[in-house]
Design a protein around this ligand. Structure first.
Ligand SMILES: Cc1ncc(COP(=O)(O)O)c(C=O)c1O
Length: 354
């Protein structure tokens, strides 16, 4: 065995065991339960050999994305999913000894990339009501703060940062980069991409993995001022995005009805889940995302495993700060949500209730 870089020693790889998931009730990874637009399937059926044998051309797609977001073509870059966008930001901007402020609980990859780069992690706990800890975060900003992570709406808390707070952070932490992760922005119907022209310290990450449902194709985007994008290009793979993802994304963009329908469906199903879960006496936390949280309490680990045995997959948040006893439920189709409720009733000994 050869030793990796010292910083890697205590990094735990993001664990992924997806074999057999297709046959299960998948309420664990915030995927799109409604799949993707039928138009995506149509264009992929029409693929010709050159679509595969040539290196992809990104310019036409970049022009479309720039126009849609009211930014210049030089102000964005494509990536192999939002995860790849985030990695590029760490690779380009963060070095050993820098500090990164990560509000917690949060999506796990920020922590992993920080450790890989030897960056010092400064955690700020979200408020008890899951709102964004703006003032406490600002108190932590120092000369060493290179990156400040803001996920909006947040994963796993589902809450949003108020617009004024975001602008306050952008204006106050002028020497730091604010990495704004908008993975779930469709579900709040609010993106800040058009503000990149006003702030040279704002980098925004988006993805086709959620509302568009192109998760398996891997396509993300990073928006920022041209100088930042030039630096991101230095660490990006020359062809990070494959040709089929591009074709699919073009088709997906033409079907805005699909996205709107998904957002509507998610809202409806959140209400269904809230109702049913509250009937079981569980506290339910909803926000602006395609997932919700439920508080089970002491038995949450056991219930999580029992659900797993019944092929109902959720995310156990019990080890996250503020979330002891919580499980995360990605919003599924009605039949999936009914399966969850049925399984929960059985496990909680309330199978006879209507
Ligand atoms: C906050 C956040 N950022 C990034 C990602 C990664 O998304 P992608 O599939 O585009 O890599 C996820 C995935 O769930 C996420 O929740």
């Amino acid at each position: 065995m050869k030793d990796p870089r010292k910083e890697m020693a205590d990094v735990v790889p993001y664990s992924i065991f997806n074999e057999g998931r297709r046959e299960k009730v998948r309420l664990d990874l915030n995927e799109n339960a409604w799949g993707c637009s039928p138009r995506v399937i149509e264009v992929l059926r029409d693929v010709v050999p050159e679509d595969i044998s040539l290196y992809p051309a990104y310019e036409p797609f970049i022009r479309k994305i720039a126009a849609l977001n009211q930014v210049e073509e030089e102000q964005l870059i494509l990536s192999n999913g939002a995860d790849d966008s985030i990695r590029c930001v760490f690779d380009a901007f963060a070095e050993k000894g820098d500090e990164v402020i990560i509000p917690v609980p949060n999506y796990g990859m920020f922590d992993i990339y920080s450790r890989i780069r030897g960056v010092n992690i400064v955690n700020v706990l979200y408020n008890d009501d899951f709102s964004f800890p703006t003032q406490r975060l600002l108190e932590k900003v120092t000369k060493k703060t290179k990156l400040i992570i803001i996920v909006n709406p947040a994963n796993p808390l589902a809450t949003a940062i108020p617009e004024n707070d975001l602008f306050e952070i952008l204006k106050t932490a002028k020497d730091s980069i604010i990495l704004l992760d908008e993975t779930y922005y469709h579900f709040i119907n609010k993106s800040y991409t058009r503000f990149i022209k006003d702030f040279d310290n704002l980098i925004i990450v988006q993805t086709f993995s959620k509302a568009f449902g192109l998760t398996g194709l891997r396509l993300g985007m990073t928006f920022s001022q041209e100088q930042n994008i030039l630096n991101l290009k230095k660490v990006n793979l020359p062809f990070a995005v494959n040709s089929l993802a591009l074709k699919a994304a073009e088709a997906a963009l033409k079907d805005q009805n699909f996205v709107q329908q998904v957002v509507e469906n998610v809202k409806l199903e959140i209400e269904f889940l809230r109702n049913e879960l509250e009937k079981l006496g569980l506290a339910v936390y909803t926000g602006y995302t395609n997932f919700i949280l439920m508080k089970i309490g002491e038995k949450s680990d056991g219930i999580y495993h029992q659900l797993q045995r019944r092929n109902v997959l959720l995310r156990n948040l019990g080890k996250y700060p503020l979330l002891k006893g919580f499980l995360r439920v990605s919003v599924g189709k009605r039949e999936d949500n009914i399966e969850l409720i049925k399984a929960l009733k059985e496990i909680m000994g309330r199978a006879n209730e209507s």
